[in-house]
Design a protein around this ligand. Sequence first.
Ligand code: S3P
Length: 184
Amino acid sequence: MLQSPAFPQPDPPRWTGQPIVLVGLMGAGKSTVGRRLAARLNLPFVDADSEIETAAGMSIPDIFERFGEPYFRDGERRVIARLMTGGKRVIATGGGAFVDPDTRAAILARGYAVWLDATPAVLADRVSRRDTRPLLRGRDPLVVLEDLARVRNPFYALAPLHISSQRAPHDATVNAILKALGQI
Ligand code: S3P
């Protein structure tokens, strides 16, 4: 679901300094856009997936392989709950985080969620440059991302701000977020 002139988005609520939390599918550019957005706002940037790896003392592919996805989601829930109490910052989340009901509730209660959205074709193009994602291993990224988009987009749509990260360069996406937040 991309922004369409036929269905304009309502004005997003005002950003009042909550942690800005980027959500959306793998390949949306959450980490790159998040890092640049944080730099422009002069705020710290935190990548939730890196925090999970640090807390677990192992990589995400290893967590999935050794303990399975439910174990990863438990850790993700705890780490994001902690990050939400850490003050003004920009946080990039993993693609499944906002789909978990507790994690989503924590983000919506304390943060300002921004859905970075692109079509499965664009996302598949981007993710095919790296093969470290456990949900994509040995599978056709386009098929996986189409399935995930169907299931997850209704949840991402609960984020108060919806930004397209279609084929635009990441800096254009950063500018679109800054504009929506009233920062430029
Ligand atoms: C996942 C996305 C990944 C990572 C994990 C699971 C998902 O993060 O959290 O592999 O469920 O979509 P990115 O969205 O940063 O790739």
